[in-house]
Write a protein that binds this ligand. Structure first.
Ligand code: UDP
Ligand code: MG
Length: 315
């Protein structure tokens, strides 16, 4: 119960304008945590430099020299936000009991980490930071995000709406997450699969103070696409359904074309063309769908997700 360690993991890509300030603010939050919870005796900050080409790494080195509680990892090139998070979790879980991930720009309210800790001590292994409004987003980002989450949910992916990667996780939750070995990462779609008790903390997301978003449209679309294709094979099943519908339609077409041709209302060859077009089209789509089902099975096998997660063991 005692001597627990909390690590805050920060992915940073070209964040030299905000990093210093953010780290000082988080150190302050950690001091409050030390004061409030006797069980917490060690605090750490781990910054992952995701291949920045500005002063991000020199700043991390400087912070580390000032304060040994601050550590850093430097990627050889830009691997992306999700990869940086996984690398940070992988490193932090070696020593930490509680890990919080937060963006370097602190658009997510760092004071809420204290509320997250409350929930942790009340038995939550995962605490989601959930933004209660999207005022700080552009109209475009707001509507596309909302639409995207709705599509994902209708495809059967479990998600916490309005939650990104501001999150607290216990050691055992992180260990389980790391067993999910996919290369195409959409972490927020995996977390609800882990099980464990979870809680939510609401916060208001503020606009970025300095620098610009490191998520241009291209990266956003890539992440969104990974979310769909790595978490569900529903689109493949859609081909199968469409093909079956086309086949059924071809039967209707058969009777319709037969009647028309018996009544002498068609030109020669129309009926057979119409019927075979729908039928062949349908058969082809069904075949694609069946192949797709097997490809989908291969995908889930290759990912090698754990088949179950044990929460506790009594010995
Ligand atoms: N980030 C990263 N690698 C990337 C892009 C972003 O590590 O390739 C980090 C970035 O430094 C920040 C977090 O991911 O800490 C979220 O990025 P940002 O705040 O620019 O996204 P937005 O808030 O605009 O969605
Ligand atoms: Mg941001």
């Amino acid at each position: 119960m005692y001597n627990k360690k909390i690590t805050i993991v920060i992915p940073a890509y070209n964040e030299d304008e905000v990093l210093m300030n953010s780290v000082y603010r988080l150190l302050n939050v950690q001091d409050q945590i030390l004061e409030k919870y006797e069980a917490i005796t060690t605090t750490n900050i781990l910054i992952i430099d995701d291949g920045s080409n500005d002063q991000t790494w020199p700043i991390i080195e400087r912070l580390h020299n000032e304060n040994r509680q601050i550590g850093g990892l430097q990627f050889s090139r830009n691997f992306g936000h999700q990869a940086a998070l996984i690398a940070g979790l992988n490193e932090a879980v070696k020593t930490a009991d509680v890990i919080v991930t937060i963006d370097a720009d602190l658009q997510d309210d760092p004071d809420k980490i204290i509320d997250m800790m409350d929930l942790y001590f009340n038995g939550c292994d995962i605490v989601y930071g959930v933004r209660n409004n999207r005022d700080s987003d552009s109209w475009f980002k707001r509507t596309t995000a909302q639409l995207y989450y709705r599509i994902l949910q209708s495809l059967g992916v479990e998600l916490v709406p309005n939650h990104a990667d501001f999150r607290l996780m216990s050691k055992r939750a992180v260990v389980t997450l790391l067993e999910y070995s996919e290369r195409n990462l959409f972490i927020r779609g995996i977390i609800p699969k882990l099980g464990f008790n979870y809680g939510e903390v609401d916060y208001k997301r503020t606009p970025r103070l300095m620098g610009e978003s490191k998520y241009p449209l291209k990266k956003m679309l890539a992440l969104a696409w990974d979310g769909i294709t790595s978490l569900t094979v529903a689109p493949v099943r859609l081909i199968l359904i469409l093909g079956s519908l086309a086949c059924i339609f071809s039967v209707g077409m058969l009777s319709y074309a037969t009647i028309l041709s018996l009544l002498g209302l068609t030109i020669h060859g129309w009926s057979s063309l119409m019927v075979s077009m729908w039928f062949i089209g349908g058969v082809q789509m069904i075949s694609l769908g069946v192949i797709g089902e097997y490809v989908g099975k291969i995908m889930t096998e290759v990912k090698g997700h754990p088949r179950y997660t044990i929460k506790s063991i009594l010995e």
